[in-house]
Design a protein around this ligand. Structure first.
Ligand code: FA5
Length: 381
């Protein structure tokens, strides 16, 4: 139609565009309602809800509707190009008729697009309000009640016993210098005891403490002598995990420094603690051992709380359960904290809480304590 189009050519083309518009608009037909009928949109929304029509569908339909509008009556549409040809029809009457023909069709186009778009937007607004509204009549959800972790449970029991014996509770640091973790505890560089307590190091010379014995030094430096404290807390070692080992576990340290403190005080205190923890018939035994920061040193066991000493699965038929290390505070350790070993003496002990929890609750693997499995943890409520 490059040269002077005829009326017939132009209107045939216009009718063809109109037909294809009808076809393509069909998908939006249901959104094109009678603008005078105020029930139209609410009715439509009810229907759409049954079909599960969502906000995402509204957005997709609005986008598609706009694309259709651009395609049919946008600036670069075939329709606009066709309209420009009207003026080139030679015969005046035919030109006027063609103009009327095309404008009737175009009015229909715009008359369809606009209400469909407005209705779709109304539907979107309604769905959005529905999504955001709060039904205050819905019964509330009861928050789930938590409870303390089994390690905390046992730690608090230990704390209660020692507080009643006149001990303070000391909060230690988990990140330490080499000095507090080793040197101050009479473990100089290259001492073999460093190897068995290898830990995790930071790049700037700090280490995660491998035992709560570090708190002995802080407590003596901070409080001076006499001092009586326990220090429960997390410690770290480069140990390969297995049923009785974890690279992170809990210990409780105990320290008592005063004038005239002897091994008898240590035995009496540990014995009393274990009787209060496991029952009045609990017996304690001390075996000679070695720790660089105590002299003499001893490991202590208590009679099995399950069988009372006759032998069972928990105590591996021995009648005794190993619990921790202890001893008289080494004079070098007292000196580090500026306490005169000629005037003062003291005892210290340390035990692992995790293995104690495992024994008390009959767990065959301490790693269960740190897996955060609610099915396991909920049993301690
Ligand atoms: C010590 O750590 C000494 N600081 C104890 C001490 C304190 C002695 C004061 C003298 C005076 P030992 O390395 O044996 O000692 O550890 C004490 C307890 O920690 C052990 O009896 C055990 O119950 C626990 N334990 C050690 N390694 C692990 C591990 N990898 N996982 C879980 N528990 C552990």
């Amino acid at each position: 139609m490059s040269d002077a189009p005829t009326y017939a050519q132009l209107t045939t083309k216009a009718d063809a565009i109109n037909e294809s518009f009808e076809r393509e608009f069909k998908r939006f037909e249901r959104f094109f309602g009678d603008r005078l009928d105020s029930e139209f949109v609410p009715r439509l929304i009810r229907q759409l809800q049954v079909e599960g029509y969502s906000l995402a569908d509204v957005d997709a339909d609005l986008k598609a509707l706009n694309e259709l509008r651009v395609k049919f009556i946008g600036k670069k549409s075939e329709w606009m190009a066709l309209k420009k040809l009207i003026g080139r029809i030679g015969d005046e009457r035919e030109r006027r008729n063609a103009g009327e023909h095309l404008s009737l069709i175009e009015v229909k186009f715009t008359d369809r697009f606009e209400p469909a778009r407005l209705n779709l937007e109304k539907i979107g607004d309604t769905l959005r309000i529905k999504r955001e509204c709060l039904d205050v009549t819905i019964p509330g959800r009861r928050p789930r009640r938590g409870h303390v972790h089994p390690i905390t449970l046992v730690r608090e029991r230990i704390e209660d016993i020692f507080v009643s014996l006149g001990y303070a509770i000391e909060d230690g640091r988990e990140i330490e210098t080499d000095f507090y973790n080793f040197d101050a505890l009479n473990i100089p560089q290259n001492h073999p005891a460093r190897a068995s307590q290898d830990t995790f190091y930071t790049t700037d010379g700090f280490a995660l403490r491998s035992q709560t014995s570090t708190v002995q030094i802080h407590a003596m430096q901070g409080r001076g002598a006499p001092v009586r404290m326990i220090a429960p807390g997390r410690v770290f070692r480069r140990d390969t995990p297995d049923p009785t080992h974890n690279p992170m576990f809990f210990q409780v340290e105990g320290l008592c420094v005063d004038r005239g403190i002897t091994m008898a005080h240590l035995k009496g205190t540990v014995g009393e603690f274990l009787r209060r923890m496991f029952g009045p018939n609990t017996r304690t035994r001390f075996r000679p051992s070695y720790f660089p920061f105590t002299e003499p040193s001893a490991e202590f066991d208590f009679s099995c709380f399950k069988c009372g000493g006759s032998g069972c699965r928990i105590c591996k038929q021995s009648g005794w359960i190993e619990l921790g290390g202890s001893g008289m505070v080494h004079p070098n350790v007292l000196r580090v904290a500026d306490i005169d070993p000629e005037e003062f003496s003291g005892f210290a002990f340390g035990l692992g809480i995790d293995r104690m929890v495992a024994l008390m609750y009959n767990l065959d693997d301490i790693r269960l304590l740190f897996e955060n499995d609610l099915r396991f943890l909920e049993q301690f409520d």
